[in-house]
Design a protein around this ligand. Structure first.
Ligand code: AMP
Ligand code: MG
Length: 405
């Protein structure tokens, strides 16, 4: 056995991760259909005015505003209709004194008109249109370029493409946009006992859980999960596995990172890179490692997650997801936190910062943590509470902040 010589605090682990992250520089073009949620990789400048022409903002009548001065329902202005203008249609009519054109919302304003009177303020009598209220110049008109002027920066590099920003890119006529590539994340489970779900268990074997929980976290936080075949517990097999993952932007192994004699990830790292930390004062998830692997392109960050499924997933939420988001240039994820009374006392004898899963029932938080090896500690939980290292436990009924998954 090779015990941890020391652990570092969660804060220190976070500091080292922040210092190690190199946001992705690769960019690609994606179609607008696929752009939402991506991070823009270059400023987007408008080549045109939006709207490209002055248009009506109402269904009504395009008029010369001064024709309608003093108009009321009892003393309407009377105008002769020259045309009926639909959207997508340029009218050749010229609106002069005493005339108007019926116009639809979004249709181009005809020459001469300087206001639109909405249909509710008009009356049709025979050949004449009665205007029942005075219009001011410019009323109900969308000026050319009022939304976006030619040359305006519509999106800045680094902006997260929200639905509204995708819409702005569409409005200026672009069918695609440059975005930062999603980091490719190699995911690999280690352990002689670990086999793929879907196959039959031989004695002593278990199904791989971590590959799937890690893959789900990676996909949810802007990465592309690239699963690899599980590796056996030999240093040679692990080095070979590291090499097989070498082209990824981030490598995540699980298992083999604790202190058992078969926990050889540490030795494999020594052969291919530099350990940044190994051992964090958290529970679950103490045997988590982070390293930088040497390679042609400089270095690849490496997470060695614990094999225990709950420890692995817990630290994937707490450490891996924020790191990946920074790598992907995504904004910080702010999970929802709700306050609830604790339904049953939790004892916490450990001197480690504890993440304790809870289940919410009728607004009360009940402990859901079974053991680090039990995936139901998470599958039956709605979120977790944090118990600082110096706190002995939490009493029943005490208010707790539940971070929802
Ligand atoms: P290790 O970190 O390799 O010492 O593994 C700790 C525990 O987690 C052992 O009970 C392993 O069998 C289990 N374990 C390791 N990897 C996985 C995995 N990918 N899926 C489910 N359980 C695992
Ligand atoms: Mg193992």
């Amino acid at each position: 056995m090779r015990p941890f010589t020391s652990t570092i605090s969660l804060d220190e682990a976070r500091r080292r991760l922040d210092a190690a992250v190199r946001p992705i520089a690769r960019a690609e073009r994606v179609r607008l259909e696929d752009a939402a949620g991506r991070v823009c990789a270059a400023d987007v400048t408008s080549p045109l005015d939006v709207p490209p022409f002055a248009r009506s903002a109402m269904d009504g009548y395009a008029v010369v505003a001064s024709d309608t001065a003093g108009a009321t329902a009892s003393t309407p202005a009377r105008l002769r209709q020259l045309d009926r203008i639909y959207t997508g249609h340029m009218s050749s009519a010229v609106i002069e004194r005493g005339t108007c054109a019926e116009i639809a919302t979004g249709a181009p304003l005809p020459a001469g008109a300087d206001a639109v009177v909405m249909v509710e303020e008009t009356r049709k009598t025979g050949d004449e249109i009665e205007i029942l209220a005075a219009a001011t110049a410019g009323q109900h008109i969308g000026r050319r370029g009022a939304d976006i002027a030619m040359g305006d920066r519509v999106i800045a590099s680094g902006d997260l493409l929200s639905p509204g920003r995708v819409g702005a890119i569409a409005a200026i006529g672009s069918a695609d946009v440059a975005v930062f590539a999603k980091p490719r994340v190699a995911i690999l489970s280690t352990g002689n006992e670990v086999i793929e779900p879907g196959s039959a268990l031989a004695p002593g074997q278990i199904f791989d859980v971590n590959r799937f929980t890690l893959g789900a976290i990676v996909s949810a936080h802007g990465g592309i999960a690239e699963p690899h075949r599980a590796a056996q517990d030999t240093v040679a097999a692990l080095i070979e596995a590291l090499d097989a993952c070498a082209t990824a932007d981030l490598i995540v192994f699980s298992g083999g990172s604790s202190v058992g004699e078969r926990d050889l990830v540490v030795d494999a790292i020594a052969a291919r890179g530099e350990m940044i930390f190994h051992g964090i004062a958290v529970r679950p998830g103490k045997p988590t490692a982070f390293a930088q692997l040497r390679n042609a392109s400089g270095g690849t960050p490496f997470f060695g997650m614990p094999g225990n499924p709950t420890s692995c997933l817990s630290n994937a939420y707490i450490l891996l997801a924020p790191f990946l988001r920074a790598l992907a240039r995504l904004p910080l994820h702010t999970p929802r936190i709700i306050r609830a009374p604790l339904g049953r006392r939790i004892a916490s004898a450990v001197s480690r910062h504890q993440f304790y899963t809870v289940r919410l029932r009728d607004g009360v938080a009940f402990p859901a943590f079974k053991g680090s090896g039990d995936i139901t500690s998470l599958s039956q939980a709605d979120g977790y509470i944090e118990i600082p290292a110096d706190q002995g436990g939490v009493e029943e009924g005490a208010p707790v902040d539940v971070t929802l998954f």
